[in-house]
Design a protein around this ligand. Structure first.
Ligand code: AP5
Length: 217
């Protein structure tokens, strides 16, 4: 099961990927998470990526294509994977296609999670993430049991640097210009499944499972 989760910032890609990991036992490949780890560890890639990420711009294609190329050939991806936040440009989608062909693989589903702008803003500004295990929360829609602390590991929750209202505007315009064209790209390949993303986390998960398990197009 090789899946791409497509959608604007805050659509719920990471939230849904986390549920799918547990259900199907396949890994999530989040380029955002990999880049944030590199920034935290101050690796050469992280130092290069930080300014792009802080401003809401995309990290150059060659950097993220390299990350995904190395990750896809790891043993845990053999039975499937969930790409979260990649591809984000047509050049990345073309590169992914070439990588998969050379590995004898293909994408089965591209799930496009569709959410309106007001809701995206609310989701992003209320998001909190665990410093320890990385689990995501929302202060209103999905709060932790104890304020500011992760339910799973007890570590502190923090707000991402790029989750301000100002950076969000830039991230949304970058999405419109560079990532939204992938909706028709994958539509033309008959891989696109539109998921209405307004509703509870459970309702959206049911819609996703309906597509993955029911095979409806
Ligand atoms: P990345 O980390 O990928 O960020 P993003 O795509 O902007 O997506 P988000 O993580 O913001 O949102 P999400 O859809 O995962 O939502 P979530 O589930 O957390 O990328 C960050 C940066 O890295 C980019 O700007 C770029 O610089 C760089 N980058 C990454 N990949 C790249 C690439 N391929 N190429 C170039 N650069 C790249 O949910 C959001 C909140 O809403 C949470 O609080 C959650 O609890 C809540 N929520 C979720 N679902 C619901 C629901 N149904 N109802 C109510 N609340 C909900």
């Amino acid at each position: 099961m090789n899946i791409i989760l497509l959608g604007p910032p805050g659509a719920g890609k990471g939230t849904q990927a986390n549920i799918l990991i547990k259900k199907f036992g396949i890994p999530q490949i989040s380029t955002g998470d990999i880049l944030r780890r590199a920034v935290k560890d101050q690796t050469p890639m992280g130092v290069k990526a930080k300014a792009f990420m802080d401003s809401g711009a995309l990290v150059p294609d060659e950097v993220v294509v390299g990350i995904v190329g190395e990750r896809l050939v790891q043993a845990d991806c053999a039975a499937g994977f969930i790409l979260d936040g990649f591809p984000r440009t047509v050049a990345q989608a073309d590169a992914l296609k070439s990588m998969l062909i050379s590995n004898g693989k293909s994408i089965e589903h591209v799930l496009s999670i569709e959410v309106n702008r007001d809701e995206l803003l609310q989701r992003i500004t209320g998001r909190r993430t665990c410093r320890g295990c990385g689990r995501g929360y929302h202060i209103v829609f999905d709060p932790p049991k104890s304020a500011g602390k992760c339910d799973e590991c007890g570590n502190e929750l923090y707000q991402r640097d790029d989750d301000s209202e100002a950076t969000m505007a830039k991230r949304l315009s970058v999405y419109d210009e560079q990532t939204a064209p992938l909706v028709s790209y994958y539509g033309n390949e008959n891989l696109l499944r539109r998921i209405p993303g307004m509703g509870s986390i459970d309702e959206i998960q049911s819609a996703i499972l309906g597509v993955l398990e029911g095979g409806c197009r």
